[in-house]
Write a protein that binds this ligand. Sequence first.
Ligand code: TXA
Ligand code: MG
Length: 354
Amino acid sequence: MTYQTTTRLLKVNPEAPEPALIAQAAQVLRHGGLVAFPTETVYGLGANALDENAVSRIFAAKERPASDPLIVHVSSTGELSQVAMEIPPLAWQLINRFWPGPLTLVLKRGLLVPPNVTAGAPTVAVRMPRHPVALALLSAADMPVAAPSANLFSRPSPTTAAHVLEDLNGRVDIVLDGGPTTVGVESTVLDLTQTPPCVLRPGGVSLEALRRLIPDVAFRAKYAAENEQVAAPGMLLKHYSPRAQLVLLNGEREAVLRAMQAQARAEQEAGRRVGFLLVDEDLPLLGQQEGIVESLGAVADAEAVARRLFAALRSLDARGVDVIFARALPRDGLGLAVWDRLMRAAEGRIVDVE
Ligand code: TXA
Ligand code: MG
C-alpha cells in the first residue's frame, strides 16, 4: 500500500536554512512522517530511523523492495553511537577525515535500530551529510534519520526538488527545496565489517582518497549477477535506469563516436528517437546528427560531469527518447562513480568498440 498524503514544498535557503521552516520539517519527522531534503549528494527521503512504522513508509513511498537496506543519517557522533556499536578505530579516522561528507560507513548495527532499516542485516550504514539543510534538519529533529535517495525505486536519483516531486508528489509530507545538489552522485559506501574494508558503491569520496588512509581497500560493487543475496536477479543492475534504453560504448574516443553515429543512424532508420549523453569535447566530433544531445560538461571537469549526470538522464527521458547512447569516460576520481551509474543505467548493455 502506498502512503498517500498532501505534499508541501518549502523553499529554503541552502546556505542558511530558515529555522522556522526547518522546525516544521523536524516536527513532521518527530511525528513519524516523511521529509525529502537536500544533501550534498542527492535528495534524501527521510524518516525517523528509530521508528519502524515511519521507516516502512519510506519503502512504500519509493516502492522499494524490503531487501534493500537504508542509510542512517546522523548530525553528531553521539547519534552514531546510538545506531552502531563496536566502532573500530579506523572508523574514527575516516570520520575525522571525511565527515560531514559523502562517505557512508557500514558498521555493526546498534540495538535500537529497527530491523527494516537494515533489511534484517546485522550491519548498519551510517553517514553524516555536509549540506547545511540536511544538518539543520537532523539536529532540529534530534534523531537519526533513515534516508534513501528520494526517487521511485530504479529511477535516477534526484538532484533537484523538481525531480523529487516528479517521482514522489503525494507520497511525502514535505519537500525541502534547497536548490540543486552539488556532488550529484550518491555517497561512497564503505563496509568496515569486512577485512580488508570494501567499497560496495563508488561515490562522492574517491577510491584514491580512501587509499590514502586504507592502502588495501577493496572495491566490489554489488551488482546483482554477482550477489546471491539479491532476491530477484538483475534487480540492482536496474538501478538508476532512465525509461529509455541506455547503451554505453567503451573504447578509444574517436572509434566510439564513429560507432555511436552508425548505431544511432540505424536506430533512427528503425523509427526510434535517439538521445546522446556526451561531454563538450565530443560534440564537434559527433558531427551532424539528428537526435537530442545532452552534454555533461568538460571531460576534465569530473565534478561537473557527476553533478549533471542524473538530471541529464531525466531530461532525455522527459523528451521521450527511446535509446540513449553514452560514451564511457575515464574511471579515476569521481569518474568511477559516474561509470558505475552509467553501467547500471545500461543494465549491462556495454559495447566494447575496437
Ligand atoms: O548519498 C547518498 O548516500 C544518498 C543520500 C540521500 O544520503 N542516499 C542513498 O541511499 O543513496 P540509497 O538507499 O539510495 O542507497 C543506499 C545504499 C544501497 O546501495 C544499499 O544497498 C547500501 O547503501 N546499504 C545500506 N545499508 C547497507 C548495509 N547494512 N550493508 C551494505 N550495504 C548497505
Ligand atoms: Mg538510491
